[in-house]
Design a protein around this ligand. Sequence first.
Ligand SMILES: [Zn+2]
Length: 134
Amino acid sequence: METEFSKPRIAGTIDSWCGKCKLILAHTIEAMVLDKPVRVHCNTCKSQHTYKPSEPIKAVARAQPGKARSTRYKVLLNGSDAAPKSYSPQDKYQPGDVLKHASFGMGVVTTAGKDGTKIEVLFEGGSKLLVHGR
Ligand SMILES: [Zn+2]
């Protein structure tokens, strides 16, 4: 009996990605093809959508820029073997440099401004423009 209950079935409950709630939540199965749920509705916001067993990668980048950004931040930080320097507006920075800012924490220089006075630094909380080479 137990295996029957754990199998997806119409009107049964299944965990699915909800694009509206942006979470994996309990959904009610509305339609199935063979033994796979194809249409579900979210028990939380009641929106109907196709069954998505996990969070779609594209939706992360589009709907949750914060999350994608933090992933990019981690990739950049881990990919850089540069030793972090304490940020000082007098110093000059290059893209790829890792720096430590007193209020923003560890950041990676993503772009150096054309005018040579500003750098864009990606911190865990987002990108910041900082001055350099003063
Ligand atoms: Zn929902």
